[in-house]
Ligand binder design. Sequence first.
Ligand code: HEC
Ligand code: HEC
Length: 412
Amino acid sequence: MNRNRIVLLALTGAVVLAVLGNVLPKPVSAWSEAELEILRSLSLDSLPALPAAPSNAVADDPRAAIFGGKLFFDGRLSANGTISCATCHQPIRRFTDGLQKAQAIGTTDRHTPSIVGAAYSPWQFWDGRSDSLWSQALAPLEDDREHAFSRGKAAALIAGDPDYRDAYVALFGPMPDSSILDGPQIDTVFANLGKAIAAFERTLLPTESRFDRYVRTVLSPEVGEQSSLFSDDEIRGLRLFIGAANCTQCHNGALLTNHEFHNTGVISFPGETPDKGRVVGVREAMANPFNCRGSFSDDPHRRCDELEFARTGVTLIGAFKTPSLRNLENTAPFMHKGQFATLSEVLQHYNIAADSMIGHNEAKPLGLSSRQLQQLEAFLGTLSAPFASSIACEAAKNLPGACIEMADNDFP
Ligand code: HEC
Ligand code: HEC
């Protein structure tokens, strides 16, 4: 065989292989090593331990979680005796309320976010105007549109209820009679109530979704890409999510959020002044007397890195906190004012990525087909999980009556 013929044969072989490669596509489920790493990082198996909360000395005390759980569901902490945190953060809706803007004594100007996993976030509220769960919890109690209560009345309620008083004293020490509580003492009781509620909220953690099980099976040597837990559409949607659609730029980690603030061009309703978001929220967090640097913080070192290194400036105009994408099936409507009723509206919004009314839209137009948008939506549906929380159950095994089990079917 002369040299030319060998070259020719080799060339023909290459062409045949190339053609075959096109005719026989790789299975949709074939993930590269790099992609598998990304999938692993998004799954609950990668969720780190809860971050420490040095400004809250009772953050991980199970007695505080139980006390805080009672406060969370107690309507007496409101002007009309019926509004509790759970009025808006309803367990059955994964701690949201199904409304565009939250309603209690009045109507607020933003949408109720889920608080499942909120303990992982260094900033609370859509604009991050609180730097801890405990300082966050104080705001709705005194907001005229929410509980419309006052710190004085809250302190009096605790002092006057024997159960609450005992729980309080066990955690925080003696409590003066409410009639002689002075201003600073009232502030201390108020801050402590926030700390107990925060301890409860630290027990509200995401549970395993089909996505998490899918990732575990594709990573296992026995099953790998043979996993039947996802449909082809869901796999294509996931591929878009981590690839061409660039969602993981902001929705990353096991909670599908970077806990950062971004302008994604979501505008307010017609007739409303545009919401400036984080640019205002960061200033409020700095000025809050109940922040990590303030006198109610339990952190002896007042390190407060979040406040110290908080990003400020014009890029934060119209920026909001990236929400988790877990449990979207139960948390519509979406975005900071509930602007979108459905996930398909959300995806349309990203697909076009129009200029922002204020600030600069960081999301880039995607130009995906409607088929691809459906695939993305199919994937997002796999991130839902049944709700089950055994509040502080594990930690509180030794405390009588400590274990309050909540599951989906407890809430009609
Ligand atoms: C009237 C309905 C309503 C009530 C009552 C209410 N909330 Fe909220 N909650 C909201 C809304 C709306 C937001 C977002 C507000 C914003 O970002 O400006 C929010 C935000 C939060 C957040 C921040 C979550 C995040 O990821 O940023 C937490 C935590 C929270 N609420 C806990 C509580 C607690 C604890 C109580 C009771 C002390 C409470 N809420 C009472 C509606 C309510
Ligand atoms: C530049 C960062 C960024 C990128 C990229 C991004 N998001 Fe978001 N996402 C956000 C922020 C910030 C919000 C809240 C915006 C608001 O309320 O104004 C949000 C909100 C959402 C919501 C609403 C969740 C809720 O509970 O209200 C969904 C769903 C969502 N994004 C999905 C996606 C998908 C799917 C992609 C990819 C196509 C994507 N996002 C790309 C930052 C981003």
